[in-house]
Structure formats: C-alpha cells, structure tokens
Design a protein around this ligand. Structure first.
Ligand code: SAH
Length: 274
C-alpha cells in the first residue's frame, strides 16, 4: 500500500514513521510513504502557498493552484474527469479537516483495504474549498478539537490504517481482540485455548492488561489471572471490557455485540453503582 502526504512541512514526518510496526512495515516492503512538499509546486520567488481569505476574517488559506499541481504530479485527476480505472477505484484522496467525518477504527479498516491513500494536510485557516470539491473523496477529522495543521492528523490515519494491513501486525488476529475490534462468530464460539477475550471485542473497549511483577506498589494482579483457569479468565476479561466501556464510553454499548450473559453482567455492574 502507498501513502502519499502533501504538506508544507515534510520534515515534520521525520522520525514519526521510523519506529516500531510502522517502520517494519516499510522495511519489509508492505507499505511505502511518499512525502510531497507543497512549496515545490509554487512558481514565485517566495514559494507562496497561502493567501488572504475572500470575505475577510482571520488568518490565511492554502491556495488551490499549488495543491492542484501537487495532486497532478501524483497522477490524481479531478474527480469529474478521472477515468474509472481499477487503480483509481483503489485510491482515496483525503483532506485532513476539523470539519471532516470522524476517523474511527471502522474507517481505518476500510482504508486499509485500498492500494493508495493521498492525504492533504491543511494549515492556517484551512484549504481552499474547491480542492475538496474537485479532488477529495472524503474529509476526515481525528477528533473534536482543532489542530494547528493536518500533519499530526495524517500521521494518525497512516498509523491506524497501516497496522491493519494484512501482514503488518505480527499476530494476524490481534487487531480483532483490541478496543473497537469487530465481533467474530468463529472467535466467539472458541472457548478453548489461551483466553484473549471471550469474543472478538465486538465494539467494546479492551480489558486491562497486567505483567510482572505480580505485586506492584502494593497492588496485586487480580488473582483470577494467576490461576490458569481459562474459562474464568475469559469471563473476568469480558466483564472488565463491559466495566471499562460503561465507565469511559457508555455510548459504545448501544452498538456493541452483546450476548445475554453480557447483559446480565452489565446489569450487575450497574446495580453496584446504585
Ligand atoms: N478553520 C478550521 C481549522 C483550521 S486548522 C476550522 O475551524 O475547522 C488547520 C488545519 O489543521 C486544517 O486545515 C486541517 O488540515 C488540520 N486540522 C485541524 N484540526 C483537525 C482535526 N481535528 N482533524 C483533522 N485535521 C485537522
């Protein structure tokens, strides 16, 4: 998979993609990241990428011409005239924007199935809207706050999508079992073996993790994790998932894949608070 990032600060990404899974994915040739300096697509002495907003108001706006040229250099054509090639079907042009639709694990999963993502990083007050209109397949926001530029947001999208590409994570199944993981019928009926969780996360948050030492700062590891009873461990982890989700993200419960037993546990947890 290829990620192309259009930015006025390509150096911003030095280091950010050079660690851990993201680095390994690149050295193993599973993904490539191209950084494209927007200023290389200007033609004036000052390499101007911004201009004042029509209608007045604060700040500056990224001009459309350098962005259009940068996209053309990447073989991206206006949506209206682009040929419907297989390559185009497996490419998305994404504008990083606080006005975008929320970037979630589900979106990351969809993006990870494509061949190419082109990410446009805004700066100042944002990007001339016609770039969005003409070239972009979607606007993505990484959360309800305003960043000073799209670079951090693009790095978040690249990281989250990249680790879901088959072969990138060491353990193929592990993204199923973490927070926001999909429910999986086969997994949910598997009651043997190492208890990662009773089901695929099924839209719940992950359970808490512990490692050695068994006691730290006077706090013991929950005894159930030490006794080797896989059935009990699975049940405890599921209950912890429900507990965490109820405490931190009760909004997720409505869309979660809950069994009758889950609902009973949830009722019991809620009753504790009464
Ligand atoms: N005037 C804009 C904010 C501009 S911030 C507004 O009020 O919506 C400058 C740039 O940072 C944006 O163009 C965008 O590329 C990026 N950015 C800021 N917040 C973001 C967010 N939550 N998600 C994704 N990109 C963001």
């Amino acid at each position: 998979m290829k990620f192309d990032i259009v930015t006025i600060f390509p150096e911003f990404f030095t280091g950010i993609f050079e660690y851990g899974i993201v680095r390994r994915a690149q050295t193993e040739g599973l993904v490539t990241v191209g950084l494209h300096d927007l200023r290389n697509f200007t033609h004036d002495r000052h390499r101007t990428v911004d201009d004042r907003p029509f209608g007045g108001g604060e700040g500056m706006v990224l001009k459309p011409e350098p962005l259009a040229e940068a996209l053309a250099s990447l073989g991206i054509e206006p949506k209206a005239t682009a040929e419907a090639t297989p390559a185009a079907a497996r490419t998305r042009v994404i504008l990083m924007s606080a006005q975008g639709r929320p970037f979630t694990q589900a979106v990351a999963r969809e993006l990870s199935k494509l061949d190419r993502l082109v990410l446009i990083c805004g700066r100042y007050e944002g990007v001339d809207e016609r770039i969005n209109q003409i070239y972009c397949d979607m606007e993505l926001s990484i959360g309800d706050y305003v960043l000073s530029g799209g670079e951090l947001a693009a790095a978040v999208v690249v990281d989250a999508a990249m680790r879901l590409i088959p072969g990138v994570l060491g353990n193929e199944a592990s993204s199923e079992f973490e927070s926001f993981g999909a429910a999986d019928e086969e997994i949910s009926t598997d009651t043997e073996g190492v208890p990662r969780s009773q089901h695929g996360a099924g839209g719940l948050l992950d359970y808490p993790h512990y490692t050695r030492p068994a006691e730290f700062a006077g706090l013991p590891t929950p005894g159930v994790l030490m006794n080797g009873d896989h059935r009990l461990i699975r049940r405890w982890r599921r209950e912890q998932q429900l507990r965490k989700t109820l405490t931190n993200r009760p909004d997720l419960l409505a869309g979660a894949d809950l069994t009758a037993e889950d609902r009973k546990m949830l009722d019991a947890i809620r009753a504790e608070g009464l």
